[in-house]
Design a protein around this ligand. Structure first.
Ligand code: CO
Length: 210
């Protein structure tokens, strides 16, 4: 088992290694952060943004919560979005889900869990919205995988519908919202090809018939 002091020791080794490779790396980050990307992902320990993207500190602004949800009333998520867009001037928002998400699974179970059930309530609505497709799938595993993807799609729409994004697009800012999903079993990310680049894209996604 790893102890907290071992974590601190591991950190010292990591920092020493980085300095050895790039002597001015940390000094350069002291004065500013200028990430191009804002990541909205799951809190799951197996899905850490920088590590799976293979990038160093300073390149991605991160918000994580259980099941990578964007609630319109979540001041935490909205503050991250606003700070990322207004002050850091990020260009891309990536909503990233993952297969095997415990939050998605918990939302489908009928027995109560705890406070987290309130947090996950919206996933029931995602299920209901896509019930016909989901119920037509062969087994529970397939349904869960599909629901993980549908949830990412819903959160992409939710992120685009925030007042923060709406204002940025109205001001003509070039900001894109992307939906990706991560596979725990091979470490690979998949683009769900549901990116939104403008208000028109959002309108079309919300009302595909129009
Ligand atoms: Co998860």
């Amino acid at each position: 088992m790893t102890t907290p002091s071992q974590l601190l020791e591991s950190n010292r080794k990591w920092a020493a290694h980085v300095v050895q490779e790039r002597p001015s790396f940390f000094q350069a980050l002291v004065s500013q952060q200028a990430p191009e990307f804002l990541w909205i992902g799951c809190s799951d320990s197996r899905v850490p943004a920088s590590e799976i993207l293979g990038i160093m500190p300073g390149e991605v602004f991160v918000h994580r919560n259980v099941a990578n949800l964007v609630h319109q009333t979540d001041v935490n998520c909205l503050s991250v979005l606003e700070y990322g867009i207004e002050f850091l001037r990020v260009r891309h928002i990536i909503v990233c889900g993952h297969y095997g998400c415990g939050g998605i699974e918990a939302a489908l179970e009928t027995h109560p869990h705890a406070l987290v059930d309130n947090w996950l309530r919206g996933i029931h609505n995602v299920y209901r919205k896509h019930r016909r497709v989901l119920d037509g799938l062969p087994d529970r595993e397939a349904r869960l995988r599909a629901l993980c993807e549908f949830n990412v799609r819903e959160q992409v729409l939710n992120a685009a519908r925030t007042t923060v994004l709406q204002t940025a697009w109205r001001d003509g800012r070039p900001i894109a919202v992307h939906g990706w999903i991560y596979k725990l079993s091979d470490g690979l990310l998949k683009d769900l090809n549901i990116s939104l680049y403008s208000q028109d894209d959002l309108d079309a996604a919300l009302d595909p018939i129009a």
